[in-house]
Write a protein that binds this ligand. Structure first.
Ligand SMILES: Cc1cc2nc3c(=O)[nH]c(=O)nc-3n(C[C@H](O)[C@H](O)[C@H](O)COP(=O)(O)OP(=O)(O)OC[C@H]3O[C@@H](n4cnc5c(N)ncnc54)[C@H](O)[C@@H]3O)c2cc1C
Length: 308
């Protein structure tokens, strides 16, 4: 995957898109509409999250395979250690390999039902993502990425501990990391500085910022809560002003601020020299496409720019 980040791309920086496995046929049709829209814009890669339940997990594997077989996109499959024995993890990695998928984002995952609840290791499984990185590496010629956390992972006792965890995952063989979505670019920059300080060699690996164009204040609050992310007060105030004080938020105004805010974040990240921007699309193409267009990425823009 990392080689894609130095390939010609549209606009000032490569971008990538995160999808999640759809629940039903209608949601799957929507996902495919988004996939086809993004395909025309040329993302460096797309990723598919891995859910907690059995049927969602099967859908992740199936749809990631379809992305590999039926599109020109490079899929990155998320894989979590939740409720899986090592044998099951090996079989899943094998199932991806059978479909030609060699890019895997290795994650520990969160406890099903309550992401902030107590993490329980499978009796025959792994305890941390670092072990999953090593496991996947042993299984063949895979390209592994990991998660990183601009505000620190919610279970990490200190930012130093959090940095060490990331550096250890990179030392274990991960080639890059993608961050949790965040709302304060300074948090991302501080994480980047911490990793470079802790280990310059690992700090040279791509640290890809994850951002999400906000289109609804209520839903972003919920997502932030679930991930343990903080929405800074000034950002909250900006969105709250757009939402208004009626019983229902002014969706149109919130969306407009959301597109502005995501564009401003992306522009600053580009100026800071990030290797790629990862968009959490929620399986919709419209808001992310608008941000990309403002960055100079549309289907008609010339391919050619490279980073660095
Ligand atoms: C880009 C991205 C994509 C994601 N995709 C998914 C997805 O598809 N499905 C899903 O369920 N979740 C997903 N998540 C959420 C993720 O699984 C959770 O945030 C999870 O709580 C942490 O995963 P991790 O891989 O960072 O775990 P780890 O790196 O294992 O860290 C987990 C905790 O353990 C601590 N730790 C790590 N190693 C050690 C050690 N050796 N000793 C002591 N403590 C240690 C860390 O500091 C941290 O607090 C994603 C997160 C990100 C940022």
């Amino acid at each position: 995957m990392v080689d894609r980040l130095s390939a010609p791309h549209r606009g000032p920086v490569p971008f990538s898109v995160e999808f999640f496995p759809p629940k039903d046929a209608e949601a799957e049709a929507r996902l495919w509409r988004a996939v086809r829209t993004f395909e025309r814009l040329g993302p460096a890669f797309v990723s598919m999250t891995y859910g907690a339940g059995g049927s969602t997990r099967d859908r992740t594997v199936r749809i990631t395979g379809e992305l590999a077989a039926q599109t020109t996109l490079l899929p990155v499959a998320h894989l979590t250690a939740v409720n899986h024995s090592i044998d099951e993890l090996r079989a899943l990695v094998g199932a991806y390999a059978d479909q030609g998928i060699t890019n895997i984002l290795a994650l520990r995952g969160d406890p099903p039902g309550n992401p902030l609840g107590e993490w329980v290791q499978h009796p025959d499984g792994v305890a941390y993502a670092e072990e999953l990185v090593r496991l996947i590496d042993q299984l063949g010629d895979f390209h592994v990425g990991v998660a990183s956390f601009p505000e620190g992972h919610h279970r990490a006792p200190t930012l130093e501990h959090d940095t060490r965890t990331l550096v250890n995952k990179l030392r274990a063989g991960a080639e890059y990391s993608i961050t949790q979505m965040f709302f304060d670019v300074d948090d991302f920059l501080r994480l980047r500085d911490r990793v470079v300080r802790a280990d310059p060699e690992q700090g040279a690996k791509p640290l890809i910022p994850g951002i999400m164009p906000i289109t609804s204040l209520a839903s972003v609050r919920r997502m932030a809560e679930l991930s343990g992310s903080v929405i800074p007060p000034d950002v909250q105030a900006r969105f709250a002003a757009a939402a208004g004080d009626g019983a229902e938020e002014n969706r149109e105004a919130v969306r407009a601020v959301g597109i502005d805010f995501a564009t401003e974040m992306a522009q600053r990240l580009v100026a800071e020299g990030v290797p790629c921007i990862h968009f959490c699309s929620l399986n919709f193409a419209k808001a992310t496409s608008e941000v990309l267009e403002r960055l100079g990425v549309d289907a008609s823009s010339a391919l050619g720019a490279t980073v660095g």
